[in-house]
Write a protein that binds this ligand. Sequence first.
Ligand code: ADP
Length: 175
Amino acid sequence: MKKKFQDLTIEIVKGDITRQTDIDAIVNAANAFLRKGGGVAGAIHKAAGDELEKEAVSLGPIKPGQAVITSAYNLPNKHVIHCLGPVYERDVPHDKLLANCYDNALELAEKHELKSIAFPAISTGIFGYPVEEAATVALNAIKEKVPFLSHIKLVRMVLFSDNDYLAHESVLKKW
Ligand code: ADP
């Protein structure tokens, strides 16, 4: 499903973030030390190769809501933007910190003059953020950033399960 904002498209798809061949930067739901880890980070590091961890670790540690950018190595993208999401009910206010992730990642992509960026549903795995709540925070944070973006023309959220997709679809349908 897609929504257009003049010449910028916000899109949701079901899929794997490591397979976004048409996207300039993919976003990693990182850990504070930017090490390989599990979940989406594990999949991204596995697809990128060992060089990614070497570069990423040198930029850490980061705090919840922060983002850093690296090369994408063996991935089919130019860059990986690593964001540390909040752990639900531990890193507070979790909604503000989660919105900061999207805001800071978009800012980095814009600064690097990238045209497209793909996000996973940050914090909704191991970090325990309920996906229905996270979907509202994520999509609203992206929408609020639209007026400040000139290079970015496509923002895609890549959802790993039917349930995650449906949670995001119900937010987009209300716009
Ligand atoms: P966090 O620690 O921020 O919660 P996780 O990696 O545990 O991060 O999960 C974040 C989300 O990414 C979850 O919804 C999970 O299902 C999803 N996910 C896991 N692997 C992939 C993948 N290859 N592509 C897209 N999303 C993925």
